[in-house]
Write a protein that binds this ligand. Structure first.
Ligand code: FMN
Length: 193
């Protein structure tokens, strides 16, 4: 009954997923795909945006015109109800590729991030599960008035052993925790409508 109610409420809701790692075997991309499946179970539609084509930020380029890939990123963010961002922690902070994409999307005339509900989460091989990277990511997204989920938080430590051969989280408990974060995101979107 509860799940059916959630599903009915969230039908038609659109999310954009972004992974802060470009590598094919990214643990964070796997985690994002798990989150995508959980969001779909709860009735939402999710598209994953690949950051590979986003060039390095350069104001000289911006002064002429946003590159097509940046235009697409900005339009996609603007068109969805909420965001899912799964990111590794690099040197206790945000990976350059993700920060670069956020910087491009933050630029005027109208940043599509403003007020956008967003769940952040991350996977790391170490024991801290991106705790420090997420603090840095929160700081940056707060500057853009992104509506971040305060709690629950989701940190996947020792992530190299956390997925099965199909890329699914092995432990149900972890999957349930991630599902709770998605549920909260969808609830906040619903309330903001
Ligand atoms: C440049 C660089 C810096 C890193 N710094 C950290 C770090 O500060 N903390 C951490 O837990 N892992 C760190 N790692 C290890 C990453 O957690 C690990 O490579 C992870 O698998 C990257 O995410 P991905 O699998 O989604 O690509 C770092 C890796 C790289 C390449």
């Amino acid at each position: 009954m509860h799940l059916l109610f959630i599903l009915q409420q969230n039908i038609g809701m659109k999310l954009l997923g972004i992974a802060g790692s470009l590598r094919k075997a990214s643990l964070n991309l796997k985690l994002l795909k798990n989150a995508t499946a959980l969001a779909k179970e709860q009735g939402a539609e999710v598209e994953i945006f690949d950051l590979n084509p986003i060039p390095l930020y350069n104001q000289d380029i911006e002064d002429k015109e946003f590159p097509d890939s940046v235009k697409e990123l900005r339009e996609k963010i603007a068109s969805v109800d909420g965001l899912l961002i799964a990111s590794p922690e690099y040197n206790h902070s945000i990976p350059g590729v993700l920060k670069n994409a956020i910087d491009w999307a933050s630029r005027p005339p109208k940043t599509p991030f403003w007020g956008k509900p967003c769940a952040i989460f991350g996977a790391s091989n170490g024991g801290f599960g991106t705790v420090r990277g997420q603090i840095a990511l929160r700081t940056t997204l707060t500057a853009l008035n992104v509506s971040l989920i305060a709690q629950p938080q989701f940190h996947l430590s020792f992530a190299d052993g956390a997925f099965d051969e199909n890329g699914n989280l092995k432990e149900n408990e972890r999957s349930e925790q991630l599902g709770k974060l998605i549920e909260k995101l969808l609830e906040i979107i619903q309330k903001s409508k």
